[in-house]
Design a protein around this ligand. Structure first.
Ligand code: FES
Length: 218
């Protein structure tokens, strides 16, 4: 009964999406958009972006050189306007694990745009968000994986992950035939038909394979 009521309210919200009074309240989204509820709630919070794109305090010569070299090679590949911005951000994330505000300032100078423009692009793509340089694990919780028990897998990852591993609830990873699927971002490592007993092993692999962890340890 209450589910039916929710569906009617959702439709009403979408019809009147331009009127703030009529928009869907976040508490309501939980019920129907279960797998996205965390993201949607967090996106409404300004702190959320500041935590994922924090200030570093200072930037070293080495970091500057690396950012410039990423910029130069991507610019050679994609010379038009700001076309190289996204691939450059991707290189930075892969190398450092976090795109600090100072890195974005440097990019804004290189591309001749405002830092807000760079943040606008970076924050849109959740794979570019950073977690203090922790290794990351994506656990798909979209419908096919959900139907094959991904909620339990996700819970198990969250319970077992150590401090230096960030477990992220993810949307379809494109390998639904192997549901439930888990992926270690910025590596070739994807795991299908994952069961709770695989969780410890995958956490170990994530720590080992994470590209920015390796770079930081150098
Ligand atoms: S739904 Fe999980 S990989 Fe597609």
């Amino acid at each position: 009964m209450s589910k039916q009521k929710n569906i009617i309210r959702r439709r009403k919200g979408i019809e009147h999406i331009h009127s703030p009074d009529e928009q869907i309240p976040f508490e309501f989204l939980d019920a129907e958009y279960g797998v996205y509820k965390d993201n949607l709630k967090e996106w409404a919070n300004e702190l959320f972006i500041k935590q994922r794109f924090p200030k570093k305090g200072s930037i070293t010569e080495d970091e500057l050189k690396k950012i410039e070299s990423f910029f130069n090679s991507r610019k050679a590949e994609f010379p038009e306007g700001t076309s190289a911005l996204l691939p450059t951000l991707n290189d930075i994330k892969k190398n450092f694990g976090v795109i600090y505000q100072e890195y974005m300032e440097k990019l804004s100078q290189l591309f001749g745009v405002s830092p807000a423009y760079v943040l606008g692009v970076a924050s849109f793509y959740t794979m570019l968000h950073g977690f203090d340089g922790k290794a990351e694990i994506y656990v798909c919780n979209s419908l096919p994986c959900y139907l094959k028990g991904s909620e339990k897998i996700l819970e198990s990852f969250r319970k077992k992950a150590p401090e230096d591993v960030e477990v992220r609830e993810w949307v379809c990873l494109g390998r639904c035939e192997f549901a439930p699927v888990v992926h270690i971002p910025y590596t070739e490592k994807s795991f299908g038909n994952v069961e709770e007993e695989d969780v410890d092993k995958i956490i170990e692999i994530a720590k080992e394979a994470c590209p920015w962890k390796k770079n930081r340890e150098k």
